[in-house]
Structure formats: structure tokens, C-alpha cells
Design a protein around this ligand. Structure first.
Ligand SMILES: Nc1ncnc2c1ncn2[C@@H]1O[C@H](COP(=O)(O)OP(=O)(O)OP(=O)(O)O)[C@@H](O)[C@H]1O
Length: 227
């Protein structure tokens, strides 16, 4: 079964059509990059994959369930299986980094002891153990991105949708983030990364099997092997 499927989807914010005839099939364990010029609709497409935006026409299925038509509970359940790393991740500045990352666990009702075990492991994995008690405004750009990734995966989702996860960080940090995404993919998770960083995509290709999609003239197509 596909984890996320878009079939002949179009999207318009009210002006002209932004996306048209978009078909996307994310299989379990797949790794896709989504590229295209600024304003092409990458964020919009990711939001449709998260069920946050409903297409103007066409069909979206999350874990085999058609949207719209899903109950509010079913949509919430599907979203719990999707880890979203937004372009400009927001945090609650009055909470610590650790508290921000574990917030999804608190909301899901997990008790504190179980939370701590999960959290410690995750903080170490993203290299933020020493920043656990800092507040978000004290973090560097790369630390924020890693905190956002940690928060997105704390409920152990089946899919990771990451919107420009390496924007505003240096090459070394972007490589570190890429390694984390590749690791998640090796754990069997489907990964979809929107990025216009072609060097990053090339680096990813040397580490794992990735498919590169490009939005061009409103359409989604596979990018050529030259990329
Ligand atoms: N809520 C909105 N209302 C109206 N127009 C919007 C809205 N959100 C995005 N747009 C417009 O839709 C177009 C696509 O935006 P989107 O953020 O999906 O592109 P993108 O490919 O992710 O761009 P970037 O690479 O710059 O982040 C842009 O022209 C944007 O201004």
C-alpha cells in the first residue's frame, strides 16, 4: 500500500492554477526529493501530502484513506504517522528545547518516564543533548533545524515530509541533516524532502537510492539523470 498518493491533483490559491495534473506515489521506504524554482509550489504540495490543504481537484489518499471524506479522528491519526519539518519551524520560546521536542508526546498522553527515555535517545541522535535546557531563541540555525527534525520524528512516524530542511545552514550542517534523513529512510521510513539545493541532492544520491521530482510549469515530473 502507498503511504501517500496524489492522483491528478490541481491546486489554486484563487488566482491562476499553481499546480495541475500532479500525480505522486510515495511507497513505504522510498526517498524522494522535490525540487523546482522558488514559488513553484513545493510547500503547497507538501501541505497537500499532510492533509493541510485540500486540492482544488483530483484525489489525495493518506495511508489508503481518501481525503476529504476522512473523519477528523482519522485525519488526526494519519497526521500522527507523518512527521512534518516545516520550512520555518516555530517553537514555544518559553519552553526548553527538550520540552519543545517532547511536546507531541505530551499531547499524545505519554507518561513522563517513557517520554524521558525517548527524548534522551533522540536528543543524542540529533546531537542536541548539550542544548536540551536551552530555549529556542538561543539555538543556531542548524540546531533549530535539528530540533525541528527531532520533534517531527518523536512519535516515530512512517513518513517524513521536510520543507527545505537545510535552508540557512552551512554545507557541513546540511550534510549532517542529510545523514539523519538517510538514516531515517534506512529505518524504513518514507522521506520526501523539498529542496532547491542541487548539491545536497547530488550528495544524497551517493548515499542512497533517491528519486528526484521537479515542479516545472505547474506539472510534477521526474528530473533527468543529469541532476
Ligand atoms: N496562502 C496563500 N495564499 C495565496 N498565495 C499563496 C499562499 N501560499 C503560497 N502562495 C503562493 O503560491 C506560490 C507557491 O508557493 P509555495 O510556497 O508552495 O512555493 P515553493 O515552491 O515552496 O517556494 P519556495 O521555494 O520559495 O519556498 C507562491 O507564488 C506563493 O506566493
Amino acid at each position: 500500500m502507498l503511504v501517500i498518493a496524489l492522483d491528478n491533483v490541481a491546486y489554486s490559491y484563487g488566482g491562476g492554477e499553481l499546480l495541475a495534473g500532479v500525480t505522486l506515489e510515495l511507497a513505504p521506504g522510498s526517498f524522494h526529493f522535490l525540487t523546482g524554482p522558488s514559488g513553484a509550489g513545493k510547500t503547497t504540495l507538501l501541505k497537500m501530502c499532510f492533509g493541510e490543504l485540500v486540492p482544488t481537484s483530483g484525489r489525495v489518499e493518506l495511508f489508503g484513506q481518501r481525503l476529504p471524506g476522512m473523519t477528523r479522528d482519522a485525519l488526526a491519526g494519519a497526521r500522527r504517522r507523518i512527521g512534518l519539518v516545516p520550512q520555518d519551524a516555530r517553537f514555544l520560546d518559553h519552553l526548553t528545547v527538550a520540552e519543545n521536542i517532547s511536546l507531541p508526546l505530551t499531547v499524545a498522553g505519554q507518561d513522563m518516564r517513557a517520554q524521558k527515555a525517548n527524548l534522551d535517545e533522540l536528543l543524542a541522535w540529533v546531537g542536541l543533548t548539550h542544548r536540551a535546557k536551552a530555549t529556542p531563541p538561543e539555538l543556531s540555525g542548524g540546531e533549530r533545524q535539528r530540533a525541528a527534525l527531532a520533534r517531527a520524528v518523536i512519535l516515530s512516524p512512517d513518513v517524513i515530509l521536510a520543507d527545505e530542511p537545510t535552508g540557512n545552514v552551512d554545507w557541513e550542517m546540511s550534510q549532517r541533516l542529510l545523514r539523519l534523513l538517510v538514516e531515517l529512510n534506512r529505518m524504513g521510513k518514507s522521506v520526501l524532502v523539498a529542496s532547491h539545493d542541487l548539491a545536497l541532492i547530488r550528495a544524497a544520491k551517493t548515499q542512497t537510492q533517491v528519486r528526484v521530482l521537479r515542479i516545472s510549469n505547474r506539472r510534477l515530473q521526474f528530473a533527468g539523470a543529469d541532476l
